[in-house]
Design a protein. Sequence first.
Length: 56
Amino acid sequence: MNQPQVTTHDETPDLLSRLAAIEGRPLEERAAAYVQEHDRLQRDLEGGDVPRVGRS
């Protein structure tokens, strides 16, 4: 019984590095940096291979 090989791209170390860098910034800059990181993650998640209904 052959199981299909699943390949994943684990970018946890990169994410942790980016979050650590954000935490090292002055407080005034953190909110904007977290918004940028949120937007990047959202683009990555929504950019998958599943078509979005109702959007062109």
